[in-house]
Design a protein. Structure first.
Length: 196
């Protein structure tokens, strides 16, 4: 004889009526499917490669924010989060409003590290200063570095980049003027700055 019984779903906890002979544990097929997925905590640890020594970095081996970034990402509570933020959440607790999680690994910051001992809370300003001190800022590497660009003739002292947004017609006129004189647009700008 078949009978019905009300029981909570093992995935979402919603009460549902199930037949005793079916031994249903889930209220729907979607709950049964999602229950077969690993928990967020299991997915986090699946992508962590712990170092050999206690002080070594824990490397994130899962997906990253982008192809050129080392910052790990993981889906947590229905949205994409940074892996080192989740590590801080698991081991220390929530991140207070207005704070950021800084990488303070021995030997310089390692964006792919999720070791809780290497993560600390701070302000955005402190995080930016850490990035500069560790030599990880985009302007300190390869062709992006203003320090490695050729200094136009006529500029002396500390070189700072000046970004000027011009209308297309003004830019074309200045480029034509520089071409007439046989100099680059940067050299024309340097002359204009020197005249100031």
């Amino acid at each position: 004889m078949r009978g019905n019984r009300t029981a909570p779903c093992e995935h979402c906890g919603k009460l549902f009526t199930r037949q005793i002979s079916r031994h249903g544990r889930f209220c729907s097929n979607s709950c049964a499917r999602y229950a077969s997925y690993p928990s967020p905590l299991e997915r986090f640890w699946r992508h962590v490669l712990c170092g050999v020594t206690p002080d070594a970095c824990w490397r994130w081996t899962g997906p990253t924010v982008s192809s050129w970034s080392e910052y790990g990402r993981i889906r947590w509570d229905g949205r994409e989060r940074l892996a080192h933020h989740i590590s801080h959440l698991i081991h220390v607790g929530p991140i207070p409003e207005g704070s950021v999680v800084r990488h303070r690994c021995p030997g310089g910051g390692n964006p792919g590290c999720v070791h809780p001992g290497h993560l600390m809370l701070g302000t955005m300003r402190e995080n930016n200063l850490d990035t500069l001190a560790d030599g990880r800022h985009w302007s300190q590497s390869a062709a992006w570095s203003p320090k490695r660009r050729v200094r136009p003739d006529g500029i002396v002292g500390e070189m700072r980049e000046v970004v000027v947004i011009l209308q297309r017609t003004v830019h074309r006129r200045l480029a034509a003027k520089a071409q007439e004189r046989g100099i680059s647009l940067q050299q024309l700008a340097a002359e204009a700055l020197a005249a100031l």
